[in-house]
Design a protein around this ligand. Structure first.
Ligand SMILES: NC(=O)c1ccc[n+]([C@@H]2O[C@H](COP(=O)([O-])OP(=O)(O)OC[C@H]3O[C@@H](n4cnc5c(N)ncnc54)[C@H](O)[C@@H]3O)[C@@H](O)[C@H]2O)c1
Length: 333
């Protein structure tokens, strides 16, 4: 691991207590990662793996542990893991004793380029994803791409769907690089790509922290992506669903004459090469339309979509159900 500045940050800030949220998996893969922090100062709190951490029951249990360990609001909370850990830990950090300083140390590609950036934290309630959440920024995000070496291939592909999204909405050069890569692997993920996505997201978040306008652009591929994810959970990962959602959004962009057929075809072929494709029947298309109608970005009845005006540039607009149905039928029919 490189010197990532975390030791110096802790030293300068003078934290007396440091609570590290993580899971068994990270602890067994990287048992010495936090050896630089004195044992008398640090407390590990081990959470259930993945989405299972993001519940009110785990939240209450963890708050009880913090109270028993006498953790005050001047402690530092470190969220060490994937997006589930940063979503959960961010929620705790923003609410425990009305807020503690937190640092994110993301270990999945998805968390490095997306979940650990931008200050959205959440728990699931009654099976509804991210039903309770806060906006609360980490003081620092520590990025160690070498964590990706141990990440399973399906988790690499999960993050890669978001990487594809960033390339299409904001960076034609990144898209060219992705397009020309033969395969998706941890080794092939370049640090510059991660830096670019983080900087791009941070710049948008700075201008629209509470997600009232420009931040919507980050939802490219997500309107249909979320619907597919709900319909095919748990078989379809978030990033896989987003990659398929990008193809639909690209198709609508082409159908409305914003991008050429050639550009749509390139996006389609790229996603088809790296992800398994879907074949949808009429009932499934109806279900997707229903789910899109309920998407959080839609108000007043119209379907809000992020489309491409060209590679590297996106905008928000209304899309009719007829247009969406045609896209789903043509791409996945
Ligand atoms: N807040 C946001 O802006 C935002 C954005 C996107 C996603 N999310 C949330 O992120 C969560 C998904 O996060 P995720 O995709 O990072 O996965 P995850 O946090 O659910 O972790 C998936 C698995 O990967 C393992 N893992 C983590 N790092 C590893 C490593 N380096 N090597 C080997 N295994 C490792 C974990 O132990 C876990 O079993 C969802 O709950 C989603 O809602 C939040």
């Amino acid at each position: 691991m490189m010197d990532n500045g975390l030791a110096a940050y802790i030293e300068v800030k003078g934290f007396q207590k440091i609570v590290i949220f993580t899971d068994e998996n990270l602890l067994s893969l990287y048992p010495h990662f936090f050896d630089f922090i004195d044992n008398s100062k640090k407390e590990f709190i081990v959470l259930p793996r993945g989405e299972a951490a993001k519940t009110l029951a785990v939240y209450e249990n963890v708050c009880m542990q913090l109270l028993e360990k006498n953790i005050g609001r001047k402690a530092l909370i470190i969220n060490w893991g994937g997006g589930s850990i940063s979503d959960f830990g961010g929620f705790v950090a923003s609410t425990y004793k009305r807020g503690c300083t937190m640092v994110n140390v993301p270990t999945t590609l998805l968390a490095m380029i997306d979940a650990a950036i931008g200050g959205k934290n959440a728990l699931n309630v009654g099976g509804v994803k991210n039903a309770a959440g806060t906006f609360y920024l980490p003081d620092m995000v520590v990025t160690e791409p070498s964590f990706l070496k141990t990440l399973p291939q399906n988790e690499i592909l999960n993050g890669f769907g978001e990487l594809l999204k960033y390339a299409l909405i904001s960076n034609g050069e990144l898209w060219e690089e992705l397009k020309n890569s033969e395969s998706v692997s941890a080794k092939g993920i370049r640090k510059e790509w991660i830096d670019f996505c983080q900087n791009y997201k941070e710049s948008i978040v700075k201008r629209d922290f509470y997600d009232n306008g420009e931040r919507h652009l980050l939802n490219f591929g997500h309107t249909v992506g979320h619907a597919l994810e709900s319909l095919f959970a748990p078989a379809l990962s978030h990033g896989h669903a987003v990659a398929l959602g990008c193809v639909i959004a690209a198709y609508i962009s082409y159908n409305k004459n914003f991008i050429s057929k050639k550009v749509f075809q390139e996006i389609h072929d790229f996603v088809r090469k790296h992800y398994s494709f879907l074949s949808l029947n009429d009932e499934q298309i109806d279900a997707i339309l229903r789910l899109c109608r309920n998407d959080k970005k839609n108000d007043g009845g119209s379907l809000k979509f992020i489309l491409l005006s060209k590679i590297g540039e996106a905008f928000e607009t209304d899309v009719s159900e007829v247009e969406l149905r045609a896209a789903l039928g043509n791409v996945f029919g």
